[in-house]
Design a protein around this ligand. Structure first.
Ligand code: NI
Length: 135
């Protein structure tokens, strides 16, 4: 009966990849254009995958309306049209790479789900690059 339900959402956000404890040169060397001091934006696509048993009474693993509201409250509401580095305390001391954004989204959504459900996040920054957490 173990079944996955998946919701796809999009949001737009600006970020800059850099470490404050590194020089501009080192940041540029490692992060390239992504370390542009004036930030840049992405159209992110987030896939939220929840796995659980089908409830024999409702036929649902999880009401997707409930999942939609959780994602909106925890991730897309706070992150959409934000500058992740400047506006979001989650990234005050955390480089906002796709990897870290996916992990933060997982942490925020995970705490809203029952323990018996599993959660996986897939995040894409471009059509060709995805990250998944947990792997
Ligand atoms: Ni970027």
């Amino acid at each position: 009966m173990r079944t996955a339900v998946i919701r796809r959402v999009t949001f737009n956000a600006a970020h800059r990849l850099f470490r404050a404890d590194w020089s501009e040169e080192r940041n540029r060397e490692v992060f390239g254009l992504c370390s542009n001091p004036n930030y840049h934006g992405h159209n992110y696509t987030l896939f939220v995958r929840v796995t659980g048993d089908i409830d024999p009474e409702t036929g649902y693993v999880l009401d997707l309306k409930v999942l939609k509201d959780i994602i909106s409250e925890e991730v897309t509401g706070p992150f959409d049209h934000s500058n992740l580095n400047l506006d979001r305390p989650e990234f005050a001391n955390l480089n906002p790479t796709a990897e870290n954004i996916a992990r933060v989204a997982w942490q925020k959504i995970r705490k809203r789900l029952p323990d018996h459900m599993d959660l996986q996040i897939r995040l894409s920054e471009t059509d060709n690059n995805f990250v998944e957490y947990p792997a």
